[in-house]
Design a protein. Structure first.
Length: 157
């Protein structure tokens, strides 16, 4: 039987594992929608220091099965009364097992998040259907025009 999924706020010593998880998600899950060169640049951005910077700006969670980090997600203020979901990633072998859904549900219950309307997300092409299933809607006519890399999405309360 699988170990249960637990979620908690990130600790400083978790940053290397979180950065590695985000990089794996980018490089392995998104490869069907993006060129390898773009993915390599984005993956290099998510260093342990960047993970800690994101955590300091908001609230950063990790999902675990036993001692293994299997998912990440953060919520951070974006503009007045708006929050942004950040770094929502799941290990490739955990896709379809509820980790991402549980992460977003946890983020949506976070006190920082609950004060926000709208809730924003920059969805990859790969994750757009996931966010739509959770009630997020594409809030622009075309994807962001930097390498056609993400869809601006939002959820209103």
């Amino acid at each position: 039987m699988d170990e249960p999924l637990t979620l908690r706020l990130i600790l400083p010593q978790d940053a290397p594992a979180a950065a590695a998880l985000v990089r794996r998600g980018l490089l392995e899950i998104n490869r069907r929608d993006y060129p390898p060169e773009a993915l390599a640049v984005w993956a290099a951005y998510y260093t342990p220091a960047e993970i800690l910077r994101i955590a300091a700006a908001g609230r950063f969670y990790l999902a675990f099965r036993g001692e293994t980090a299997v998912g990440t997600g953060a919520v951070a203020p974006e503009a007045e009364n708006a929050c942004m979901l950040r770094t929502v990633f799941v290990l490739p072998e955990e896709l379809g097992r509820g980790v991402g859904r549980r992460m977003v549900e946890t983020l949506e219950r976070d006190p920082k998040f609950r004060r926000c309307d709208p809730i924003l997300a920059h969805s990859s092409k790969t994750a757009r259907g996931f966010y739509e299933a959770l009630g997020y809607r594409h809030c622009g006519g075309t994807p962001h025009l930097v390498d056609d890399d993400y869809y601006p999405m939002e959820k209103r309360r």
